[in-house]
Write a protein that binds this ligand. Structure first.
Ligand SMILES: Nc1nc2c(ncn2[C@@H]2O[C@H](COP(=O)(O)OP(=O)(O)O)[C@@H](O)[C@H]2O)c(=O)[nH]1
Ligand SMILES: [Mg+2]
Length: 426
């Protein structure tokens, strides 16, 4: 359980992605969240090769009924799936029984969400918060292994048996205690740290947010991918989902944040909020929502998104609502949903990230919502200056003047002033 985020070490499919099967068991009257589980699996980088659903109360041994497990085993064999991901939270012995029965790794939505958080986490605090949530859940698994080992029922699961598991248990307990201490220290210094990070960059920072499946990544790729900006590499110092983009010829930093998730397990709330914390640093937040969903869903998700953003300190003045997937609706249906957003105080821009419609208007709104950049000529004295300029601002060109290098740089005025002063002082 709880393996490396990118599935390193797995035998991978033809396209380099680990093939998985998704399972959802729900009781009569419960609504299905299988579509969200699918988006989560894709977001984590898996390929979904099969789906199994069952309507029944939980079975104590496997969660699913024994007949369904045989069906699932057959599907695993036929598709070559390397992993099975349950929507339902599995009890340790259920995961154990299922792994024995299926012969592949079995995990659940809890660990899947943790994998996604781990891929997006930018700060030390978020990374620790995620590790903590994982270790706490692991602990309940280890306790169960200990119980099984004492009963002599843990055949060939972990070499060394009871003694090894007990040592592991103690190790995890110590690690949890250490992380909790570090987090308490970090929290005490939080204000300072966030301010420093926000001022590190010379470009405006725009964050994409919204529910899983709304189309954030599709929009991120459209805004960063097609404009031919040569240096589209992720920022090594920031999270891996941040890139520079040229919007109407103006450079910005765009970030694809972790999405909102329905029915987030309560033990993951801290990890979620710290991972999403970088949104609070953004100069502008794009709230992407799937406008093709039923009116009630659009309304519920927008309200929930707004209250989450508010609790992070993002006001509607720093927010652009983006009504995505207009290609799936008639004009009338679209109007009905836009009206819902307007009643919540938003002025949404209708787009299709997939087809490319509405992107012009969105770009226009992004640029008009951000303050203007300054352009400065900075003498490149000293080592590393040019690299810093390239990394943190936008270098239009480099010239030679009186035998010295001069960079023409665009970016936030204060940042450029600070750089120019530092270079002049050399
Ligand atoms: N029809 C349609 N589908 C879209 C559009 N934008 C995204 N999608 C699809 O919606 C799904 C979720 O998109 P994704 O960008 O991964 O959402 P994210 O979870 O918010 O990052 C994918 O299957 C996309 O192809 C759109 O404008 N129109
Ligand atoms: Mg995404």
């Amino acid at each position: 359980m709880g393996r490396d985020a990118r599935g390193r070490g797995d035998i991978q499919g033809m396209n380099g992605k680990v093939p998985v099967i998704l399972v959802e068991r729900r009781e009569r009257g419960e609504r299905s969240l299988l579509h969200e589980l699918k988006e989560l699996a894709l977001a984590a980088g898996y390929e979904v090769v099969g789906v199994v659903t069952q309507r029944r109360p939980p079975d104590p041994r496997f969660n699913l009924g024994a007949g369904k497990v045989r069906e699932l085993a057959e599907l695993v064999r036929r598709t070559g799936a390397r992993k099975v991901i349950f929507f339902n939270e599995l009890k340790p012995h259920q995961a154990y029984n299922l792994m024995k029965e299926l012969g592949v790794e079995v995990t659940d939505r809890f660990y899947l969400i943790l994998e996604i958080f781990a891929q997006r986490a930018g700060s030390t605090e978020a990374k620790l918060q995620i590790e903590l949530a994982r270790l706490k859940r692991d602990l309940s698994f280890i306790r169960e292994w200990l119980r099984l080992a004492k009963l002599g029922e843990l055949h060939g699961f972990m070499g060394g048996g009871e003694y090894a598991i007990d040592a592991y248990y103690k190790h995890v307990r110590r690690r949890i205690a250490r992380i909790e201490r570090t987090l308490a220290e970090l929290r005490a210094r939080k204000e300072v740290r966030w301010r420093v990070r926000a001022e590190e960059k010379g470009l405006y920072y725009v964050a994409l947010t919204g529910y899983t499946g709304a189309g954030k990544t599709t929009l991120f790729n459209r805004l960063t991918g097609y404009n031919g900006y040569v240096d589209g590499r992720p920022f090594a110092t920031l999270s891996t989902k941040m890139r520079r983009a040229l919007i109407r010829g103006r450079p910005i930093i765009l970030s694809d944040t972790v999405g909102f998730i329905d029915c987030l397990p309560p033990q993951l709330l801290d990890a979620f909020y710290t991972t999403l914390g970088e949104v609070a640093l953004a100069d502008l937040v794009l709230l992407v929502f799937d406008v093709s969903e039923p009116v009630g869903e659009v309304s519920r998700k927008l309200s929930a998104s707004l209250s989450t953003l508010q609790s992070l300190g993002v006001s509607t003045s720093r927010l652009i609502a983006v009504a995505n997937k207009v290609d799936l609706l008639s004009g009338e249906e679209l109007e009905e949903r836009l009206a819902v957003a307007r009643r919540l105080g938003l002025d949404p821009i209708p787009i299709s990230a997939l087809k490319g419609s509405g992107i012009d208007r969105l770009e226009e709104r992004i640029i008009s919502s951000l303050p203007r950049y300054a352009v400065r000529r900075i003498r490149v004295g000293g080592r590393g200056v040019l690299r810093r300029l390239y990394e943190n601002a936008y270098v239009r060109r480099v010239e030679v003047e009186d035998g010295q290098l001069v960079a023409v740089v665009e970016g936030k005025e204060e940042w450029l002033e600070a750089m120019a002063r530092r270079c002049a002082a050399r």
